[in-house]
Design a protein around this ligand. Sequence first.
Ligand SMILES: Nc1nc2c(ncn2[C@@H]2O[C@H](COP(=O)(O)OP(=O)(O)OP(=O)(O)O)[C@@H](O)[C@H]2O)c(=O)[nH]1
Ligand SMILES: [Mg+2]
Length: 266
Amino acid sequence: MTDVDLLDPKSKIQNPKSIDSLNPILVLIPVLNEEATIAAVIQSLQSFGLTRIRVVDNGSTDRSVEIARAAGAEVLCEPIPGYGRACWRGLQHLPAEVEWIFFCDGDGSDDLSQLPQLLPLRHQFDFILGNRRATAPGRAAMTSVQNFGNGLATGLIRAGWGYRYEDLGPLRLIRRAALEQIQMRDRGFGWTVEMQVRAVECQLEICELPVGYRRRQGGRSKISGTLSGSVKAGTIILSTLGALFLRRLGRRIAAFFPWKPKSPSF
Ligand SMILES: Nc1nc2c(ncn2[C@@H]2O[C@H](COP(=O)(O)OP(=O)(O)OP(=O)(O)O)[C@@H](O)[C@H]2O)c(=O)[nH]1
Ligand SMILES: [Mg+2]
């Protein structure tokens, strides 16, 4: 793991002027009923020079869609519910120029002020994640269930795959080619953890950058803010990890046997 230390005076990535063209970066925001916050999130991203912003809505019953469009985002509507489903939908029909995908939430909880440090890291890494647990405001804003769940999931990844992640945060920038290599399958709340495990399996260059985080800035929680949402998401994350572990075991067992299944002849 590479965890970039922003306080390191020798760090090469401190200078915000090193940000070059951000045109190849597409921002993807899954959204469900975030009318109170989505405009501010979009405006904040735009203020950092990110203008390709795609919101994927899963049937919001409020004005999220109109507000996101008015703020300058492209809005896609995915009829089948699911956080991962929305993320997957947002990756369809990407313009040819897009080389990077930046994921963030639409509830205003991500502290985007670290973007001038985070974005230039794409010149050194394939996959850059915001690490909320490395900052005091980040840790404080996460519920105890979230902190526990993150610790458990990252501990299991460490035990199962030998890679030490610190967080399973929403803020993440990934190379498009790497995402294609990862071949995401999950279409629900297992999306984030699957991406992280598959990134290790695909031997991507990964780094985590300390980022701030705060409680959602309006609207209602769909996942971690309620006990039932946390338990549901936690269960899905753990079962996703189990399935990924078994899948990898299956691949290892298959590689052990000398014979290979015959490819069908036509
Ligand atoms: N399209 C879509 N977006 C979703 C869905 N569930 C959650 N989201 C969005 O995903 C992001 C994260 O969801 P949140 O409700 O903020 O979950 P959380 O961050 O774990 O919990 P809180 O911030 O405490 O509410 C937000 O932008 C939501 O609007 C879904 O089923 N479909
Ligand atoms: Mg949130």
